[in-house]
Every structure is written in structure tokens, then in C-alpha cells.
Design a protein around this ligand. Structure first.
Ligand code: FAD
Length: 392
């Protein structure tokens, strides 16, 4: 009989334990959880609705979804994909729905249905809550108890890595990902609540993201900013979350914006610029931008000289702000960094240095943008580990 320890009863640990129970009915599976409840985080994911995966539609390259861990996920998604997630949870009694934005939720819109399905799946495992593990040794002892296999699924929090001290592993320093930007700009703040499709980038870097941009009372948020925070997580940590931000308010190249403004000017020569915003730009934002370009509020299109025109093109295509800090996104964040992927065999997630030791979930240096991709990584890696152990 195999004796297996799973350390951490979060998404990856519980999914792995459920798969181990199914594949190795005779095995002794001990699941250690430091907190008082298993799956406490899953219960609050997606604002309590649990965005458990994504259809991946519109994702051109996996690196768009997984800024860290793309190569590993590409390989492991062949083993357990988003469609497999869908089938697994529906088979476990949780009907799912696909939203227009490609995110997948339980039909009930209740994350507890996911929690209950996982707990049913791992019923035969021995779950011990309030049981923080303090050490894992190279000979597979967990706080002094010996196992045939040990699965570490302690999540992204840096303290979950302490138990691995002494295993001589390679680490990638941990920093937060998925946050919004603090921008100190009083007149921008007056536009609070507006949402526009825009492109945002960190000036002087390759980091760039597109999508809805939300103006908030503290600065900028919305999917475009969250994506950018994920792509540039490490760079922004290094700058102390102070960096120049560039906003393209129309998600168009400079020549496209110039052509669009030329069109507006020739169709509306006698109209005031402030009364004729480009399609898709809210009037209040247009007024803010024309003011920033130095145009008089009553100026007509025919009166805008080439200097004013160029300034307007510049503000629309490369408006600049200063990021003054980060703000947590609705209490949601994931960690970039952790156990370096160089430690594990990509096919099995087994530790190269210590056979029998496995890693799954956010403890690994894998993280994603919002949209269900982080939980998909937990299911996929948890599945891969269970399969490796069962087939060994
Ligand atoms: C508020 C919030 C909302 C989110 N919403 C979504 C969403 O809708 N969709 C999505 O895809 N992602 C979402 N995420 C991200 C997602 O929840 C995580 O990526 C995912 O939970 C990671 O799973 P994991 O099992 O690796 O880690 P976790 O779920 O964090 O589980 C790790 C577990 O290990 C335990 N542990 C740690 N150290 C020890 C130890 N020494 N001994 C024993 N136990 C230990 C912890 O207590 C914890 O229970 C959200 C995150 C947050 C914070």
C-alpha cells in the first residue's frame, strides 16, 4: 500500500488528493492543512462564484495567459485541459456555464459547489486541518513521518515555502501579481467610473496589455491594468511600483488615430471639437483629453492648427501617467515566483533532486492573468502529479 502525503488542502492539493483516491483506492493519503478549513481560498474565488477555468478563446499564445509557466502549461494542458476540467466537475455533479467573456463558473454561481465536489472526491483521504507542516526531508519524511510520495501544494504565500528549507532547491523570489495602479491625478479621478477599451504599457519596456480600462478613485484598474500588472509583476516590484505608464485611449496606432481625427475634422469643420468625440470615447473623457492637449473648450475643428492636432494625436496615442503605487484588486492576487520550474521533471512534476517529492499549484513558479487560468493551473498540475504517482 502506498502512503502519500499532500501538504496544503487548497485547489491543487484537494484536486490531486481526489485524483489519488480515484486511482489508488488502496493507498493511505494524508492531507495536511495549516488552516482550520480546506479550500478556504477556493470558497472566495471569483467573488464567491469561482471562475474555475476559461475556454481559452482569444488566447493567441499561452504566454498571454501564463506570463510564468507557459512552457510547462503548454505541455501539461495536453494531459488535463480546460475541457477536461469541464468534464471532471460536471461528472462530479456540478453543472457549469460559459460566460460571454470566456470565463467558466458553476451554473449555481456558488463556489461552495466546487468546494463540496472536491471534498466528496477526496472523502477517502485523511484530511487533517490545523496541521501546518514544518519540514520535509530528502528521504520523504513529513514532520518525522515517512512517506512513499510527498506532494507539496502550499500555494503562493512565501511562508508556505519555509518547510522546503534544507532541500537545496532553486527558488524564484516571490512578488505579487494582479494589482491595480495608484495614479495621483486629480482631474483623472473626476472621471471615476468610466470604462474604455484601451492599450496600456510601461514606457521603455516591452510590457503592454489591451482591454477594458476602468478609471477609479485611486487611479486605474480593469482587465487591461490587471493584465499589465501580471506581465510586468517582477519589473514593477523592482521599481518599487513607481513607473511611467503610457495609455493609448483608442487602441490604435498613431497613423490610425491621425486618420480618424482627420476624418472627424473634415466631416465637422464648424463643430466644436469637444462636442464631437471619436466613437467609443465617453464625452467626459474626451473633454479631459482635449484639455490635456491644450485645446480651448470652444475651439472648432477648422481652427485646430497642426500643432494642436499633433498634440491631440499624442495625447490619444501615448498619454502618460506616473504609477505611484499598487492597490490590491478586490483582495485577489496571485504570487509570481516560488519553486523554480528547473527543479521538476516537466512530464511528472517530480523533483529531479529528490525522487518521490512532487509539486503542484501556485507553489511552483506558474501564475496567470485573471479569468480562471490560475485555477486551471492548479487542476492541471494536481492531475499531472496524481497520474505520475499512480503510474509509478
Ligand atoms: C480572493 C481571490 C480570488 C481568486 N479568484 C480566482 C478565480 O476566480 N479564478 C482563478 O482561476 N483564480 C482565482 N484566484 C487565484 C487562485 O485562487 C489560486 O491561484 C489557487 O487557489 C492556487 O491554488 P493552490 O492550491 O496552489 O494554493 P491555495 O489554494 O492557496 O492552497 C494552499 C493551501 O496550503 C496551505 N498551506 C500553506 N502552507 C502550509 C503548510 N506548511 N502546511 C500545511 N498547509 C499549508 C494553505 O493554508 C492553503 O490552504 C483567486 C485568488 C484570491 C486570493
Amino acid at each position: 500500500m502506498k502512503k502519500i502525503a499532500v501538504i496544503g488542502a487548497g485547489a491543487a492539493g484537494c484536486f490531486c488528493a481526489a485524483e489519488l483516491c480515484r486511482r489508488l483506492p488502496g493507498a493511505r493519503i494524508n492531507v495536511y492543512e495549516a488552516g482550520s478549513k480546506p479550500l478556504a481560498k477556493v470558497a472566495i474565488t471569483g467573488g464567491g462564484r469561482c471562475n474555475l477555468t476559461n475556454s481559452f478563446e482569444g488566447i493567441r499564445s499561452l504566454s498571454e495567459a501564463y506570463p510564468r509557466g507557459e512552457r510547462l502549461m503548454k505541455r501539461l494542458l495536453h494531459l488535463f485541459s480546460q475541457e477536461d476540467t469541464w468534464r471532471w466537475f460536471e461528472k462530479a455533479g456540478v453543472p457549469l456555464v460559459l460566460q460571454e467573456d470566456h470565463c467558466v463558473f458553476p451554473q449555481s454561481q456558488d463556489a461552495m459547489d466546487i468546494v463540496r465536489a472536491l471534498l466528496r472526491g477526496m472523502e477517502k483521504a485523511h484530511l487533517q486541518v490545523n496541521s501546518p507542516v514544518h519540514s520535509v526531508t530528502p528521504d520523504l519524511q513529513v514532520d518525522g513521518e515517512t512517506y512513499d510520495a510527498v506532494v507539496v501544494t502550499t500555494g503562493g504565500a512565501p511562508k508556505g515555502l519555509l518547510l522546503l528549507d534544507g532541500l537545496d532547491l532553486e527558488w524564484v523570489p516571490t512578488v505579487p501579481s494582479l494589482f491595480t495602479f495608484t495614479i495621483q491625478d486629480e482631474s483623472l479621478r473626476e472621471l471615476m467610473g468610466l470604462v474604455v477599451e484601451a492599450s496600456v504599457s510601461i514606457a521603455g519596456t516591452p510590457f503592454k496589455a489591451d482591454g477594458p480600462l476602468l478609471i477609479t478613485d485611486w487611479g486605474l484598474s480593469g482587465p487591461a491594468v490587471l493584465r499589465l500588472s501580471s506581465y510586468a509583476a517582477r519589473h514593477l516590484a523592482e521599481t518599487g511600483y513607481k513607473a511611467p505608464l503610457c495609455v493609448n485611449w483608442l487602441s490604435e496606432g498613431e497613423s490610425g488615430i491621425r486618420a480618424l481625427l482627420n476624418g472627424l475634422a473634415s466631416e465637422n469643420p464648424r463643430k466644436q471639437v469637444t462636442n464631437t468625440p471619436p466613437a467609443g470615447l465617453p464625452a467626459r473623457l474626451w473633454n479631459y483629453l482635449t484639455d490635456k492637449a491644450g485645446l480651448r473648450p470652444d475651439i472648432r475643428w477648422a481652427e485646430v492648427g497642426s500643432k494642436g492636432f499633433n498634440k491631440l494625436v499624442g495625447v490619444l496615442s501615448q498619454d502618460s501617467f506616473q504609477i505611484a503605487g499598487k492597490t490590491r484588486f478586490r483582495e485577489e492576487f496571485v504570487t509570481c515566483g516560488g519553486v523554480a520550474l528547473s527543479n521538476v521533471d516537466f512530464a511528472t512534476l517530480e523533483c529531479k533532486k529528490h525522487p518521490g517529492l512532487y509539486f503542484a499549484g501556485e507553489v511552483l513558479d506558474i501564475d496567470a492573468i485573471t479569468g480562471g487560468f490560475n485555477l486551471q493551473a492548479a487542476w492541471t498540475t494536481g492531475f499531472a502529479v496524481a497520474q505520475s504517482i499512480a503510474e509509478k
